[in-house]
Design a protein around this ligand. Structure first.
Ligand code: AMP
Length: 385
């Protein structure tokens, strides 16, 4: 018989991961180190997660029979990708615990539901309006310009977004998005972007990694640096907002909140990611417990580990673009002994595709940033340079 929901799922048990990307891969590494077995389900084979998991199932998330069969063979199900249909999480939940829950996934994967949830509970967001029909365009224009029109579902890394510089361009922008439900958001004058990764256990225990500063390039995360240099008051506000969002959702697992800090010193929630996050990759090398290990502990009902940052760190994403002129020069990037290389096992380096990352540790956050940028630049150095 299956144990009641609050009994810990102990090492030796099996964790199921919906999704096959790099987040699942690093989660599987942490889970296997703790002695768990890992099964993964995704619509492809030889996935980054599947390469590390004990069992890889290739099936569509819409194939609910396959999802239920997958869930029957594991002790707890989690996901590494928020665009897993909520119906798949619900199907799995009829068989085994799903953490975080399908209801948290449903909110975080849809901008209208996410923003409505945040506003209802008093969390600050940029001004926005929902555009679901031609008629909504008139009211949405009140948001003013510049603004960004974002599809409500299936957007990430700036995909499904169009900048709107004058109100008369709004109808065209919506056409460009295929007249799908969208959210028009006021453009924020950013002082910085930062994220807080929180963990919440089955017993309600809360832990966080502290704000991490993030730089984006072409809407994709480029560099993350910890600790953040944000003012202590904003740091405390961001951590408290993360705790409160997780508590309101009754959340179990890792949640990342992406924040905007405006030039006027206001803190706004950009979006929720219901899983480990790209900005937390540096926790693998720099923290006593990584975000991935913390996710294992949280969803299995184990005590949370210390999130302490052992040394300032910076992470640089490695996109497929770096492969355009051939294999990157790994030796040159790793010439500095404090630089760590993580590759995700992807064989097709397309432009903009996240292939891996570098982490650098140093005495100060600035030094770590300089080092990781230099190491990444060296990837393009010819042998002998
Ligand atoms: P998103 O997919 O919504 O996180 O957007 C990707 C990136 O686009 C963000 O990390 C920001 O750099 C930028 N961005 C998105 N929305 C806004 C906004 N309302 N104001 C300013 N920059 C934005």
């Amino acid at each position: 018989m299956r144990p009641p929901m609050h009994d810990p799922i102990l090492p030796g048990a099996t964790i199921g991961v919906l999704g096959g990307g790099q987040l699942g891969r690093m989660f599987a590494m942490a889970a296997r180190r703790l002695g768990y077995r890992v099964h993964t389900l995704a619509p492809e084979h030889d996935t980054p997660t599947g390469q590390i998991a004990d069992v890889e199932i290739e099936a569509s998330y819409e194939d609910l029979d396959a999802v239920r069969a997958f869930a029957r063979r594991v002790d707890v199900v989690t996901f590494e990708f928020e665009n897993v249909p909520a119906a798949a999480a619900e199907a799995a939940a009829t068989v085994t615990p799903v953490r975080p829950s399908g209801s948290a996934l449903e909110i975080a994967q849809h901008r209208t539901r996410e923003k409505t949830f945040l506003v209802k509970h008093g969390f600050p967001t940029a001004a926005f309006a929902v555009v679901a029909s031609e008629r909504d365009l008139v009211a949405a224009a009140q948001i003013g310009c510049p603004a960004v029109l974002k599809t409500a579902a299936l957007g990430y890394d700036g995909k499904g977004q169009v900048r709107v510089d004058e109100t008369k361009a709004l109808a065209d922008a919506w056409r460009e998005l295929g007249h799908r439900e969208a959210v028009l958001e006021a453009f924020v004058d950013l002082e910085r972007e930062m994220s807080v990764i929180g963990a919440r256990g089955v017993d309600g225990a809360f832990s966080h990694f502290g704000p991490i500063d993030n730089d984006h390039r072409h809407h994709i995360l480029d560099i993350s640096v910890a600790p953040s240099t944000v003012a202590p008051m904003l740091s405390a506000q961001a951590v408290e907002a993360t705790r409160a969002v997780m508590e309101t959702l009754g959340y179990v697992g890792i949640l990342c909140i992406e924040f905007f800090v405006t030039r006027n010193g206001a803190l706004l929630i950009n979006e929720l990611a219901p899983r480990p996050h790209n900005s937390g990759h540096l926790t693998f090398d720099a923290c006593r417990t990584s975000q991935f290990e913390q996710q294992v502990r949280a969803i299995c009902g184990l005590p949370l580990g210390s999130p302490e940052l052992l040394q300032p760190a910076a992470m640089a994403n490695l996109l497929g673009d770096l492969w355009l002129d051939g294999t990157p020069n790994w030796q040159a990037a790793l010439a500095h002994p404090a630089v760590k290389l993580h590759l995700y096992g992807k064989t097709d380096p397309r432009r903009g595709r996240k292939m891996g990352h570098l982490t650098a540790l140093a005495a100060t956050a600035d030094d770590a940033r300089g080092l990781v940028v230099q190491a990444r630049d060296r990837l393009l150095a010819r042998a002998g340079e």
